[in-house]
Design a protein around this ligand. Structure first.
Ligand code: MG
Length: 296
């Protein structure tokens, strides 16, 4: 396949971010709905969720093989790595955010807000100050296919920030279904997808000097399918999932190019030892592509 079949260049600026001779590699097929990838450099593997199959899979970056990492997985969805290299998970079934410690044990970081159970944490990030940010839509309690059927106890769908000392604050409360999230390079802007509106929206929230979030502004609307998960590269571009592949947005939220994937994409993450390979979870398959830019 020629490279032009994998990439759609909307703005010439996109050309410098891709490698003209790089292919999109199909690494795995056989999931039901793959999501939540995280690359663990120390282990040279990528963990990713197969949510309806209630398992987390592991792609071995050295051997090029995929095997079960954890099953059952409490219908885990989003993952991230904190600054100490520990994997943090969103679990639909336990309606919690957990952390896997270096000794293999798991710690519950958050499962309640204001004394009520969370809905079903979906996606999570960790910042340089030790805060953990996560979204809490209802996708994991609206059908047993991706968790369990249950009522919302909190009665809202928020974005939360868990501070290093354990304080949980609802920092975004005005979205229908907060989903993927990311921080800008300087950690002064929080990006959050709202996948509960049509078309799906990517919102941006500026942090003031006291780390309070300002009212959100519309950053980008999805032009094909749905936004779900996203990541930021070291030059500040946003790489987000969409119906026809991965969309690359510039600093102003303008679509500059696409990586075309033959299945609906749910999430992306940068990995490889050079952090220059973008891993893409897309419905049943895991794909990856080397880029001419590195992840944050
Ligand atoms: Mg998601």
């Amino acid at each position: 396949m020629r490279y032009t079949d994998w990439f759609e260049i909307v703005d010439p600026a996109f050309k410098s971010l891709i490698l003209p001779n790089a292919h999109v590699d199909l690494l795995y097929t056989g999931g039901r709905w793959l999501e939540g990838p995280v690359y663990v450099p120390a282990a040279r593997h990528l963990l990713f969720s197969d949510i309806p199959n209630n398992r987390v899979l592991r792609y071995d970056d050295v051997a090029g093989t995929v095997a079960a990492f954890e099953a059952p997985s409490n219908f885990a969805n989003g993952h991230t790595l904190d600054r100490e290299g520990r994997v943090i998970s969103c679990e639909h079934l336990t309606r919690s955010v957990t952390r896997r410690e270096h000794d293999g044990s798991q710690t519950v970081l958050a499962d309640r807000y204001d004394g009520k159970r969370l809905n079903s944490p979906n996606d999570v990030i960790a910042d340089s100050k030790g805060n953990v940010w996560f979204t809490d839509p209802t996708y994991g309690i609206s059908t047993p296919y991706e968790g369990s059927l249950a009522d919302s106890e909190v009665g809202c769908r928020n974005v939360y920030r868990l501070s290093r000392d354990g304080q949980l604050d609802a920092v975004v409360t005005d979205l229908q279904q907060p989903n993927g999230l990311a921080l800008s390079r300087d950690e002064q802007t929080l990006f959050v997808v709202d996948s509960g509106v049509q078309p799906a929206r990517l919102m941006a929230y500026e942090l003031d000097p006291k780390a309070n979030l300002q009212p959100g502004r519309l950053f980008s609307e999805c032009s094909d399918g749905m936004y779900d998960g996203l990541r930021v590269d070291s030059a500040g571009h946003i790489w987000t999932s969409a119906g026809d592949g991965v969309h690359c947005l510039d600093h102003d939220g303008r679509l500059i190019g696409k990586i075309l994937i033959p299945e609906t994409v749910s999430n992306v993450c940068f990995g490889g030892l050079g952090r220059n390979r973008l891993y893409v979870t897309a419905t049943r398959c895991l794909y990856a592509v080397y880029l001419n830019v590195t992840g944050l």
